[in-house]
Design a protein around this ligand. Structure first.
Ligand SMILES: [Cu+2]
Length: 300
């Protein structure tokens, strides 16, 4: 009795999180547009649905299978450097399997489960494709072709595959592995965690310093040439030159990558800030003087 009670409690505990999850189920909402293309008004989409036509080379349906694929950010947590993932990265089925995929998108964004490389006479553009904005569930069915082949499965929303939402589906023995399948095959572009942040900062400062000195070298002679054209080198010119030389590295950094008009605009902005600063300084001085007077007045 106690045993059955504990089993009941366990079942309840395990089913509670399932009940708590609320998905929008698109399966009953889809409208058939023909050619295996189903859509609904809430953004659910199935393409390449085929539950009846046998691919060439299949005498009959070998097996009927159903899988549930979860997609979301949380499934990428075990893959360092990835942002999105499916809960399963590798699938394996017999040739000519009738496969129903229940796709559950757990993120509050759009995801896809898109399979490529299918025969084009049967699947438009060679694709079978489930897509929905989450959290939501959408289902579709296809019949896998005969032969040993590895099919790419991914989410085609910009950068989602590169960020980890990628898998492979092997029919029969497959014909090799695809690259960059999280946890299965090596990344084509491996993440580099060798440099520490301080090292990167030092490298960035060094690079910036090189740019500034090279720009300053070009700037300084141009400014030094100017006074030779003046008949009289006044004290003002010398002071201006000194300030210019001092400011050159700063300005070089400030104007790096700017066009002439942008640089001119930036100079005026600097002047405006300078004038603002002076005016504020003067007005605060005046205020202080006046407020000082005001304080003095009642005392008289
Ligand atoms: Cu996605």
């Amino acid at each position: 009795m106690v045993k059955w009670l504990s089993v009941g409690v366990l079942i309840f505990l395990f089913s509670a999180p399932l009940m708590a999850t609320e998905y929008e189920d698109h399966d009953g909402m889809l409208m058939n547009h023909g050619d295996g293309h189903l859509m609904d008004m809430a953004g659910g989409m199935v393409m390449g649905q085929n539950a009846d036509t046998l691919p060439g080379g299949c005498d009959s349906i070998s097996e009927t299978k159903e899988i549930t694929v979860h997609a979301g950010h949380k499934y990428a947590e075990k893959f360092p450097g990835r942002m999105f993932a499916f809960d399963t990265q590798e699938y394996n089925f017999k040739p000519c399997t009738k496969l129903t995929v229940h796709f559950i998108n757990e993120d509050n964004i759009r995801h896809q489960w898109m399979m490529h490389g299918l025969p084009k006479y049967l699947y438009p553009k060679g694709m079978f494709h489930l897509e929905v904005s989450g959290p939501a569930k959408i289902s579709g069915t296809l019949i896998l072709p005969p032969g040993d082949k590895t099919y790419l499965v991914h989410c085609d929303i910009a950068q989602h595959m590169e960020k980890g939402m990628k898998g492979q589906l092997k029919v029969g023995k497959g014909d090799g592995d695809l690259p960059s399948i999280p946890g299965v095959t090596a990344y084509v572009i491996p993440d580099d965690y060798t440099a520490s942040l301080p090292e990167l900062a030092v490298a960035a400062v060094k690079a910036a310093a090189e740019v500034v000195t090279s720009v300053a070298k070009v700037d300084a002679p141009a400014k030094a040439v100017q006074p030779q054209e003046d008949t009289v080198i006044s004290g003002v010119t010398v002071i201006g030159l000194a300030i210019g030389l001092l400011l050159a590295p700063f300005l070089a950094r400030k104007f790096k990558g700017m066009s002439v008009s942008e640089a001119v605009a930036a100079i005026f902005e600097l002047l405006r800030v300078g004038i603002d600063f002076t005016v504020n300084l003067l007005s605060s001085l005046i205020k202080r003087v006046f407020s000082g007077k005001n304080k003095v007045l009642p005392g008289r």
